[in-house]
Design a protein around this ligand. Structure first.
Ligand code: 5GP
Length: 189
């Protein structure tokens, strides 16, 4: 199979990476398709199975781990498993497209290590932890407890930024989107 490129976007929760990834998917010249991850977490209101995630049970997730079906997987938050199926990347490559990932920092770095030449690993940096807190609260998709868990993890994640190929500072969303577009365009052309 002809391998396309792999574009990884990783960042602490609330940094704006999902918005940036969605923007890039709308740019037809980049020839991107979104890697739909498996997760054992509950779907949020508005999320669709097979579009945002493959929502599966914890049991099924563990079966996939046992069968070595994942390219990478992480227990991103306690009892919430997330992973990329090898078959998902093959599906996108078979379409002749490049794969874009919205995954956590550990998963992103794992993909970079597995495919060093094919991967562009981008870290999206929020202005500050305080700003992250404000954004997560505004989004109000998580309980207070879960927000605190995400904030606690953010400091650890921020420390991994230098291991990525490049860092985009998301201080202004439009600027960050444009910077991301230029980076990806140079990488895939
Ligand atoms: P959320 O619950 O907000 O959708 O995602 C929580 C975190 O898990 C985010 O940082 C998201 O990017 C990450 N994530 C989503 N899919 C995957 C995956 O397949 N693998 C890994 N390692 N992380 C993922």
């Amino acid at each position: 199979m002809n391998k396309g490129k792999l574009i990884v976007f990783s960042a602490p929760s609330g940094s704006g990476k999902t918005t940036i990834v969605r923007h890039l998917l709308e740019q037809g010249d980049l020839n991107l398709d979104f890697s739909i991850s498996c997760t054992s977490r509950e779907a949020r209101t508005g999320e669709e199975n097979g579009k945002d995630y493959y929502f599966i049970s914890l049991d099924d997730f563990k079966k996939h781990i046992k069968n070595d079906d994942f390219l990478e997987w992480e227990e991103v938050y306690r009892d919430n498993f997330y992973g990329t199926l090898k078959a998902e990347v093959e599906r996108i490559w078979a379409l002749g497209k490049n794969v874009i990932f919205d995954i956590d920092v550990a998963g992103g770095l794992r993909i970079k290590r597995k495919f060093p030449d094919e991967t562009l690993a981008v870290f999206v940096k929020p202005p500050s932890i305080d700003e992250l807190k404000i954004r997560l609260k505004k989004r109000s998709t998580e309980s207070e407890d879960k927000i605190n868990m995400r904030i606690a993890k953010a400091s650890v994640e921020l420390a991994t930024a230098p291991q990525f190929d490049t860092i985009i500072k998301n201080y202004d969303l439009d600027t960050a989107k444009e910077e991301a577009y230029q980076l990806v365009r140079n990488f895939v052309k």
